[in-house]
Design a protein around this ligand. Structure first.
Ligand code: ATP
Length: 438
């Protein structure tokens, strides 16, 4: 576990996980670009989530809705009125703060007096087409599309309650005080599920999702001792929520929200549909058409995950500099940007390079092992440390012995142990290791 956010920021910049956005133009406040390794890690997190919550369950289907929606959506959902934070200004230097987060003095000038808090709507407004006043908003959450498309999904999938709709995508919030690296930005990604249930089952479903969220954290290598469940008190919950738990993580800058789980009642579907959008199937299933055919508004349990905060928690958890000689990113193999690296012992020996190239090529036929890193610079020790830093679980070295007996060394990131493995067994050896990793 890392002890300072600076270490993560520096590793991310140095190795190409995350760069400051628009850097050569002086940057753009708190915007970040995911580099070659960052995009791999982020995609691995999203793909794992999709496999786990969509592909491996028959009660959840996916959606990928437009980012810009009819403004009536945000009117109906309450976002136009309610999606705001209190904004206060330092009376001396006019620096702006979130009134509920401001300390005792202004961070810029030390001033102690602030203006009275005003509500500031966090939605970004833009204009659709060339017509003035044709305002649209960038979505501040992915959730609403899953309510708006509820009937379309129902009619095209024949799902019955309980079932869920899942979506991964960008959300935009004009945060008053973004910060802490990728923890709070104005453009970020969410993974959300709206799980539709009958009202009487909300407690069971809530508990199911609470456990699923904890188990997911274990899947991505976050130690549950650093997770704290915060039961959000009624006065701090969103207006539609009957129960909310925040899953907080011990980030190096403090204990902060990582994920949320909320019971949203039937608030959302009632806002968007004048008539109940769901007809109960129970009576029909029992062969009695008079029973249980009532129409109703399903209730909703909403587990929500931030992608960027997931990635940050994964990096913080995996970061291990306890060994003075090397920095290791102990990522789960499934999340590691590279699963394997292949090296020729020396870049100056064409026989070794050619053999290593053929090993590299052999492994690329197995999609599960992609992408594979190639490195022939410097000495092998340095290459190992370079791969340790980015979390590559296995390094393969082709040496002189390979040319004689068709074996290579496979070096394990965590134990640093090396084993000789036959080239013909390599693919199954590595695949088994990755699949059996805890
Ligand atoms: P916070 O209290 O930190 O502002 P929130 O309670 O407003 O968060 P939700 O509306 O519940 O957040 O959003 C769901 C998830 O989306 C959060 O748990 C978080 O992981 C992520 N998230 C929310 N806002 C941001 C942001 N500005 N930058 C990055 N991720 C965010």
């Amino acid at each position: 576990m890392v002890d300072s956010i600076e270490k993560i920021v520096s590793l991310c910049k140095r190795r190409g996980f995350v760069y400051p956005g628009s850097e050569i133009y002086g940057g753009l406040a708190n915007s970040w670009d995911y580099g070659p390794l960052g995009v791999e890690l982020k995609n691995n997190i999203k793909n794992l989530w999709w496999r786990r919550f969509v592909h491996s369950r028959d009660d959840i289907v996916g959606l990928d809705a437009a980012l810009m929606m009819n403004s009536k959506v945000w009117e109906a959902s309450g976002h136009l009125k309610e999606f705001s934070d209190p904004l206060a200004e330092c009376q001396k230097c006019h620096a702006r703060y979130r009134a509920d987060q401001v300390g005792s003095a202004c961070e810029s000038c030390g001033g102690k007096k602030f203006t009275e808090a005003k509500q500031f709507n966090l939605m970004f407004k833009t204009q659709l087409g060339p017509v003035e006043g044709n305002n649209v908003y960038l979505r501040p959450e992915t959730a609403q599309a899953m309510f708006v498309d509820f009937k379309n999904v129902l009619d095209t999938t024949r799902k019955t309650v309980p079932f869920g709709i899942a979506q991964i995508g960008k959300a935009f919030r004009n945060e008053i005080t973004p910060g802490n690296f990728i923890f709070r930005t104005r453009e970020f990604e969410q993974m959300e599920i709206e799980y539709f249930i009958k009202k009487e089952n909300w407690q069971d479903s809530f508990e199911h999702w609470r456990r699923e969220m904890l188990s997911w954290l274990e899947d991505i290598g976050v130690d549950l001792r650093h997770i704290h469940e915060l039961e959000v008190p009624a006065e701090e919950r969103a207006h539609y929520s009957k129960r909310t738990i925040d899953f907080e993580f011990d980030f190096p800058f403090g204990r902060k929200e990582l994920y949320g789980l909320a019971y949203r009642t039937d608030f959302d579907l009632k806002n968007h549909f004048a008539e109940p959008p769901y007809r109960d199937q129970d009576g029909a299933a029992k062969g009695d058409p008079r029973q249980g055919r009532e129409e109703f508004y399903p209730h909703v349990i909403e587990p929500t995950w931030g992608v960027d905060r997931s990635l940050l928690a994964v990096l913080c958890s995996a970061y291990d500099d306890s060994d003075k000689n090397r920095l290791v990113l102990k990522l789960k193999s499934g999340l590691a940007p590279y699963k394997v690296a292949v090296f020729p012992l020396s870049a100056n020996k064409p026989d070794l390079v050619n053999k290593a190239r053929s090993v590299y090529k052999l492994l690329t036929t197995n999609y599960q092992l992609l992408p594979i890193a190639w490195d022939d610079r410097g000495n092998v020790g340095k290459r190992y440390y370079s791969q340790d830093e980015i979390g590559t679980p296995y390094c393969i070295t082709v040496d002189y012995q390979t040319l004689e007996d068709e074996t290579v060394t496979v070096r394990d990131r965590d134990t640093m142990k090396q084993e000789r493995v036959k080239v013909e067994d390599l693919e199954s050896y590595i695949t088994a290791k990755i699949n059996n990793a805890p």
